[in-house]
Design a protein around this ligand. Sequence first.
Ligand code: GRG
Length: 303
Amino acid sequence: MFADIKQYFESQLPKVEAALDESMNVLKRDWPYDSKAETVHESMRYSLMAGGKRIRPILTLAACEMMGGTEEMAMPTALAAEMIHTMSLIHDDLPCMDNDDLRRGKPTNHKVFGDDIAVLAGDGLLSYSFEYIARYTKGVAPERVLDVIARCGKCVGALGLVGGQVVDIQSEGKKDVTIETLQWIHEHKTAALLEFCVVGGGILGGANEEQIQRLSKFAMNIGLSFQIIDDILDVTQDSATLGKTAGKDLLVDKATYPKLMGLEKSKERAEALIAEAKDQLKPWGDKAAPLMALADFITARKN
Ligand code: GRG
């Protein structure tokens, strides 16, 4: 058991960082290409190892642990989720999307490697994520691993991140974006991957159908809350704290929760979603402490 969320992060983060680093070493060891093709490996590593809170892998490990599973069972999926998150950020930052120069306080991938290599590094990370789950998951029944891989595909694709990003782009500059549309965007663009992490970790740890439903509701709620908090931080924190390009958000007319419902109501909504999320975990009692604390961390975070 851990004393607080800080201690929990401190115990999980070095393991996740070391495993991510090793995943890139493994890829390098298999590398059969000449030095030119190695550029894409460098580019993948640059963004995957550029820091970040690592919430997705930590959620995956915590969900598996809550079900009584081991770290070995969930780590490949935890890393795959971070690879997918990273590739989505690389593509999101491209000039044809959000056109950002800074991510986590560092130049974005395309600023360092060029647009072409950045697209391919994202593609490389996405395909490696599936390979990684299939090749390195140990101690789990093959049907469960297959289910996790199928869910991974769904959360990335047109019914997940891709769909969310499409509607987000199509809503840019529009004055009549409703709360329902905004929620739809966030459920797909942000919550779908967090749901994959929690449900995937749960399935690998042995969750049954009823438990999967609870984990899914928990994760969708924290995913939505996560995005509302992201919107709130964009108006309450300075760009340097967020590691983003200064003044960028003023140039893009995007619907956000604070714009549509005001700052106070947005905070209330985020807190209500977290409270509902935590209700879903009651059947697990003390074993749910890490996931409960991660849910609280999402509302309390400052970047
Ligand atoms: C997945 C095939 C495929 C394509 C990508 C570009 C795109 C489609 C989707 C955009 C997804 C996106 C960027 C969603 C925003 C998610 C979000 C809230 C990111 C910030 O997450 P944090 O705070 O970031 O966890 P750190 O830096 O801590 O990792």
